[in-house]
Every structure is written in C-alpha cells, then in structure tokens.
Design a protein around this ligand. Structure first.
Ligand code: PAF
Length: 288
C-alpha cells in the first residue's frame, strides 16, 4: 500500500489508472478507523481494482466551537489497518493542499443540507460537499462508498452527484454497531464509562420506535413521543434533534406510508452522537 499525501501526485496516479482501464473505488474518511470504516473498505475491495481510502480531517466541515483540534488521529494505526484490508492507496492530503491561500470555492446542496444536522451545525454540509467534490476530482473514482450512520450526508452526496452530473456511483453501506447496539463512531472515544452506557439510549430508542411501528403504529408523532420519553430518562443525555423523515427528501413524515427514517442527534455529556434507523425496520440491509 502506498501513502500519498500530495494532491497532484494522487490525481496523476488516478488519471494513469483511468488510462489503463482500471476501476477506481474511493472510501472517503476522516481516519481513526473502526469496524464501520473497515466494512466500507471490504465492500470497496469487491467493487473495483484500485481502492483508495482518503484520510482528511476536513476543517471546512467543523464549526468554530466544534471538535476539529480534538478529533482523534492515529495515522500509523490507520495505515496498518488499511494495509490489512488491501487498500492500494491511503490518500492523506494536508489542509494547506486542500485549501491553499486564496481558496474561495464552495459547494452547497441547498435544501437537503438545511434540516437535521444542518440546522444544528450551520455550514457543515457545505464543508462536506466541497471536500467530497474535491476528493472526487483528485481520485477520479468510478464509485465512492459512504456509511449510513451519516445518513443525511449520504443523501446530500447522492444529490450533489446527480445535480452536477458526476459519473460516479454512490454506494451506501449499513451502520456497523457494537455488540450492545451503539453505532460505531470515532467520537465514541470521547465517552467516559458512564457516558458510554448512556449512549446506548440512542440505539435502544430507535429499536423501540421500530417495534412500535412493527406493531402497527402509523402516527409519526406517537413514534417520536416514544423516543422523547426514553432518552431523557437516561442521565447525561440531551436530545439535540429528533425527526421522522422521508428516506430521500428528508422531509418530515406525519403518517407512515412506506419506509421512513428516524434520525436523531443526542448530546451525551459533551459529545454529540448521531444515529438513525429505517422505520419500520428494513427486512434486510446491504450496500446499495
Ligand atoms: O463522513 C466523514 O468521515 C466525512 O464527513 C467525509 C465524508 C470523509 C468528508 O470529510
């Protein structure tokens, strides 16, 4: 596995692969790999013959009071894990290369970026969409893989790709959970043992909502009410947002008619965690 930190070098290599007829797959990440990232790499390996994992903690998607400085980083460990997964190139550009002096171009996916995490984190999806488009231009992938834990992000990127006519397949892969249900996230490392226990309230509440819907409840309000009852009972938690939305438009769903997504963000101590689930529970999940 090669580690490429220079953007021009990455793009030259990708263009050469394209000339040779290689199929390039990109897994964009911010590093500090867990099983969720590794599952994206495993799937990526099956989709093409050149697998690139980008590792870039993107300053443009963090607000001024957020955890950019504190975000966990361990390049040596990440490189060893990526190597084990058969990654061809770990692309690790610097902020100076991605946003050199004088940088002033940003991409905005308007409506989809406004609600849910976009409302709590103004500018977040502008930063995500911008860096993802830049990564697409540098890595020239035929397909790119994203986890469903960042469900709104996946929808924003699908929209960006369609709206800008990018010839790239966007693949979403299911959330990977710890055995007790906690969705894997690099930010879980911030949690104290008590907060780690409290963080289970997210997946527990989502399961409860799925059960309620499976029992025939169609009212969005009733489903949200259940989650609103479960989470605040757990110490250290504070709901940031909670919404039942259409799985593609992310518009609020009042009455369940097909599949919807229940999405939530919860502060557990000083750590903001997100999670989501299909309501009612999808019969099977696979990368699509
Ligand atoms: O999901 C992430 O890790 C990031 O938002 C991404 C897609 C790598 C863009 O920085």
């Amino acid at each position: 596995m090669e580690i490429v930190s220079n953007s021009k070098e990455m793009q030259d290599l990708a263009l050469r692969w394209r000339e040779e007829g290689r199929k390039i797959v990109l897994v964009p990440t911010m590093g500090f790999f867990h099983q969720g990232h590794l599952s994206l790499m495993e799937h990526g390996r099956t989709l093409g013959d050149r697998l690139v994992v980008s590792l870039f903690v993107n300053p443009a998607q963090f607000g001024p009071t957020e955890d950019l400085q504190r975000y966990p980083r361990d390049l040596d460990r990440d490189a060893a894990l990526a190597r084990e997964k058969g990654v061809d190139v770990l692309f690790t550009p610097t902020p100076e290369q991605m946003y050199p002096e004088g940088y002033q171009t940003y991409v905005e996916v308007e409506k989809l970026s406004q609600g849910l995490c976009g409302a709590s984190r103004p500018g977040h999806f502008r930063g995500v969409a911008t860096v993802v488009l830049k990564l697409f231009n540098l890595v020239q992938p035929h397909a790119a893989i994203f986890g469903e834990k960042d469900y709104q992000q996946l929808m924003v990127i699908r929209r960006l790709t369609a709206d800008l006519n990018l010839p790239i397949g966007i693949v979403g892969c299911p959330i990977v959970r710890e055995p007790d249900g906690l969705a894997m996230s690099s930010r879980n490392t911030y949690l104290s043992p008590e907060e780690r226990a409290a963080a289970l309230s997210l997946s527990y509440a989502l399961k409860g909502a799925q059960k309620l819907a499976a029992a025939g409840e169609k009212s969005g309000e009733k489903i949200l009410e259940l989650v609103r009852k479960i989470i605040p009972r757990v110490p250290h938690t504070r709901i940031d947002y909670l919404a039942l939305v259409h799985p593609e438009t992310l518009e609020e769903v009042e009455t369940l008619q097909g599949e919807a997504r229940l999405a939530l963000a919860v502060w557990v101590g000083d750590t903001r965690l997100i999670d989501n689930a299909s309501i009612p529970e999808a019969r099977y999940t696979c990368c699509v």
